[in-house]
Design a protein around this ligand. Structure first.
Ligand code: ADP
Ligand code: MG
Length: 318
């Protein structure tokens, strides 16, 4: 099968929301009047972002999910995406599964594949998503203010738990491992919550490299500090993990990475509005800390005592 047959067979579908999709030199997008385009790219490299053992359908899901998560963090509504793919060869089993997982998530979010590039090479997947957001309404990292609450969506730490099981450093029951592994391989981008938080949240970021590191981006951009409740975050681990030390649980929840949840800030006066945004988007939201004027991040336990453990966020170059 040649390059163009492959594209037609697995990636070309009629464009319905965009004026022009796959097949020409450019795709054409038509954001609604008064909307700004929100654009983000994420690349997935085998061995670094996913294991070679992952089911192709789950990989297709994840490749788009991590990109939709960036749109969610900005409060943008998904419109379309492009797919740049390097493949070692034509593996129809892989292409069928990958495209099935990819399009299932794309359809669930009304996000259309409008173009891309396909080449031979070590397996590499790069997606660029395009979303729309009312002009001036995008959620940014820079809006947090002293005394704002810090909130997080969904669950934390499960992807890292699954990774540690794969690495052989911890053990989980078969059931707990399957649930953690599903969180690692098929994250749910919080797209509806992001849009529901427009006009309520003062800042937002999605958790890809770990809560502490990603919250750190908000603190730096907003020039503020924060106190974070470590026990409130470990309570958000979904998998049953009896017997694991507090230190391991804190590492997973606070600096695990691959969570694709939203961490965001909002004034205390907006607590009801945040809860309502969570209900409207059927997404759990939990308060885990508070923004402060003093720079730096202070991590405390439920009793308010400082947590001495060191945490690093995921960094590809250290
Ligand atoms: P060009 O040479 O003009 O860059 P290509 O020959 O690479 O175009 O691709 C042909 C068409 O197929 C283009 O519309 C391109 O956007 C689309 N395309 C290529 N690869 C993919 C892919 N993996 N997924 C979706 N569309 C793709
Ligand atoms: Mg090309």
């Amino acid at each position: 099968m040649g390059e163009f047959d492959l594209i037609t067979r697995y990636f070309k579908r009629p464009a319905t929301r965009s004026p022009l999709g796959v097949g020409d030199d450019c795709a054409l997008l038509a954001p609604a009047p008064g909307m700004q385009l929100a654009v983000s790219s994420d690349m997935l490299v085998e061995g670094r972002h996913f294991l070679s053992t992952v089911e192709p359908a789950r990989l297709g899901h994840k490749a788009l999910a991590v990109n939709l998560s960036d749109l969610a963090a900005c409060g943008a509504k998904p419109l379309a995406f492009t797919l740049a793919l390097a493949l070692p060869g034509v593996d129809e089993h892989w292409l069928e599964g990958f495209s099935r997982g990819l399009f299932a998530l794309a359809d669930a979010h009304g996000c259309e594949l409008v173009g891309g590039d396909t080449t031979r090479g070590p397996l590499n997947i790069c997606i660029t998503v395009f979303g729309e957001v009312p002009a001036g309404a995008a959620l940014l990292r820079s809006g947090a203010r002293a005394s704002d609450d810090i909130w997080v969506s969904g669950t934390l730490g499960d992807a890292r738990l699954a990774l540690e099981v794969f690495r052989g450093t911890i053990a989980l029951s078969a059931e707990a491992f399957e649930s953690a592994r599903a969180r690692m391989e098929q994250p749910a981008p919080r797209v509806a919550l992001g849009q529901a938080l427009r006009g309520i949240a003062t800042s937002a970021v999605d958790v890809s490299d770990g809560l502490i590191g990603d919250l750190g981006h908000i603190l730096a951009a907003s020039r503020v500090g924060a106190t974070l409740d470590a026990d409130a975050t470990t309570a958000l681990i979904a998998a049953e993990a009896p017997g694991l030390s507090t230190e391991i649980l804190r590492t997973c929840a606070l600096s695990g990475g691959d969570d694709y949840e939203l961490v965001f800030t909002a004034p205390a006066s907006a607590r009801d509005a945040v809860e309502a945004a969570g209900s409207r988007s059927a997404t759990r939201v939990t308060r885990i800390g508070r923004i402060e004027a003093d720079a730096g991040l202070r991590i405390v336990d439920a009793a308010g005592a400082p947590v001495s453990q060191r945490f690093g966020s995921f960094d590809h170059f250290v």
